[in-house]
Design a protein around this ligand. Structure first.
Ligand SMILES: Nc1nc2c(ncn2[C@@H]2O[C@H](COP(=O)(O)OP(=O)(O)O)[C@@H](O)[C@H]2O)c(=O)[nH]1
Ligand SMILES: [Mg+2]
Length: 294
């Protein structure tokens, strides 16, 4: 059984060697056959050179294509290296490598995706906004996946070859939540283990937390739309029908109390809202049929 530990890295020359050495130290204490893969995403510093020197297999993207696209390349390369279990961690040293064997053990117990949860464990530092955002993600994803999740954006995780081969990603920004939702929808078994994290340099991905939150929510909605089209479009449609009905009942009320028929613009608006609502709901039925037949 082969374990590949994969690390996406973009200009991480100051930390990557330490991260690789720490992983080696943790893995040498185990009986696992392992390799470390660094996915250098077009770094302009010595990341690739230093990683190779430290003993990792290095794959370099010609230019910087971002974390989500790099993740897809990681999976491809891990499968090419004949991984049975894939462990993913970050290049900044935030995650403690000595927890990697615990991730792998959980996979061996029969789980397909094991997440290292910072919130079950201990976090040295996390800004309040990020904490709140993560809390909201955890609630929504727990609902969507019907699994109790506490940390959906963690980069410290392990998964099986089977899962790696069977999940297709559409997200252009981050893989973290998409992998969890799709794994759950495809009936893979998910578990969390508590981990501790270190305080490292400022995040490169979170430069603008508003932008991050917006993109993440849009992505969750897109995935929800794909897996639960009837509920997604149905709720949306019901909302319009509801608005139309409110105006409609208000007009009826005016008619019964004053006896006058009027308010033509409002009548048109009410009808339009209801027709729009029905149309949107129909999209849901169509998408649902399409999903079941495909
Ligand atoms: N492939 C790729 N990886 C990146 C990029 N920016 C950051 N990373 C890597 O993604 C991981 C997490 O980045 P980090 O800045 O620590 O974000 P955090 O998860 O919010 O702490 C690290 O291994 C980074 O090297 C990028 O543009 N492309
Ligand atoms: Mg980090």
């Amino acid at each position: 059984m082969k374990v590949i530990i994969t690390i996406p890295a973009y200009n991480e020359e100051s930390t990557i060697v330490k991260v690789i050495d720490e992983i080696k130290e943790a893995m040498e204490k185990t009986r696992y056959d392992y390799q470390i893969l660094v996915l250098d995403d077009g770094s302009s510093d010595k990341t690739a050179y230093l990683s190779k020197k430290a003993g990792a297999v290095v794959y370099s993207n010609k230019r910087n294509i971002g974390l989500a696209a790099t993740f897809r390349e990681e999976i491809k390369q891990c499968l090419a290296l004949k991984a049975d279990i894939i462990v993913h961690t970050d290049a900044d040293g935030q995650y403690v490598a000595s927890s990697i064997p615990r991730l792998i053990e959980k996979i061996e117990q029969g789980f397909d995706l094991v997440l290292g949860s910072r919130f079950l464990g201990r976090i040295e530092h996390m800004p309040l906004m990020k904490r709140l955002g993560n809390y909201a993600f955890a609630i929504v994803l727990s609902q969507l996946t019907r699994t109790r999740l506490t940390d959906t954006t963690t980069g410290f995780r392990a998964f099986t070859k089977n899962l790696a081969e069977n999940i297709q990603y559409i997200n252009t920004f981050t893989y973290t939540q998409e992998q969890i939702i799709k794994a759950a929808k495809q009936n893979f078994k998910i578990a969390e283990i508590p981990i501790t994290t270190r305080r490292t340099r400022e995040s490169k991905l979170f430069k603008n937390s508003f932008e991050y939150a917006l993109k993440a929510w849009i992505n969750i909605l897109r995935i929800y739309r794909d897996y639960e089209p009837l509920k997604f479009f149905g709720l949306f449609g019901l909302f319009f029908i509801f608005l139309g009905l409110i105006i409609g009942f208000w007009l009826l009320y005016l008619f019964f109390t004053t006896g006058k028929v009027g308010h033509i613009p409002s009548q048109i608006l009410s009808l339009m809202l209801m027709v729009i609502g029905v149309q949107i709901s129909l999209f849901g039925f169509l998408a649902d049929m399409n999903r079941k037949s495909s």
